[in-house]
Design a protein around this ligand. Sequence first.
Ligand code: PEP
Ligand code: MN
Length: 329
Amino acid sequence: MLILLDKVTSGKDFKELARYLDNRGIEFFVWKDGMNRFVGMAGTLPQEDLERFPFIERVIEDYPPEIERLAEKRIEIKGRTISRDSFTVIAGPCTIDSREELYRTATALKELGIDFLRGGAYKLRSSPHSYQGIGKEGLLYMKEICTELDLVSVSEIISIEDLPLMLEYIDILTVGTRNMQNYRLLSALGETSKPVILKRGMACSIKEWVLASEYIARGGNKQIILCERGIRTFENSTRNTLDISAVPIVKKMTPYPVIIDPSHSSGRRELIKPLAWAAAGAGADGLIIECHHRPDRAKCDAQQKIDITQLKEILEKLPQITQLWSKKF
Ligand code: PEP
Ligand code: MN
């Protein structure tokens, strides 16, 4: 059931409805399309309860096809689907260091059944003295290798000027934590038809993150995947703090698939497995993991990279965990 809220619905009204739904154990999500605010839910409300909420403007019992499509986003790319019904694993190196290194990692991942290859050509590093990636050359390797091995390529766009190039070479564009608030970049991505992974800003609230996704959606591109990658807290035993509660929260606030990055959130190789499993247990729709055929050779973020055997171990238990959420994996 989908309900359309009156345009003047206040925050207090909405909280009352949310409390009512929570108390009845009804799963729901809120979704905005222009000025319209909808609440989609698994289940129906009795007529007398609908009358209790005068701010409900309209009830849509059967979603018209367009609304159904908007209600839960399914992203179709190169014959693969990223959705809330399935579990997607994206893996690969932090940076594309050379054609050979990328090829070796990509073939090993392909053998494990991974369909999505990550790799950064352009990097935004905290220090200008750190390695900044190999640029366009990396995009070329990504395209060649992903075409040869039939993989979906995933890479970060760091600047609006790179958009034409990124669109030509890469299948899924990532907006990294440092650019989550680059609203001109987000709006430009909204005009494209490529799926976008929007990582959470390391010092941004969930609300700011969700609002950032609306910059993309407003342009018409609703192929959005939200990625929790850890936030800055006082805790310094990890690189960032993985906010696992963000998963169920943003799944209520948006219709998009939500994935977790255990690599940048922990910064520590030995934590990737427990965090990846925790993500699947919390209902995440996938993972993006830094993985390398020989992590000690990686030019960037080696300490948080796992090798192929470690990834295999993580994958082996995922069918059991994702089954809790009736996901295909
Ligand atoms: C990355 O995924 O390569 C990356 C730099 O991540 P983040 O933007 O989350 O730090
Ligand atoms: Mn990295």
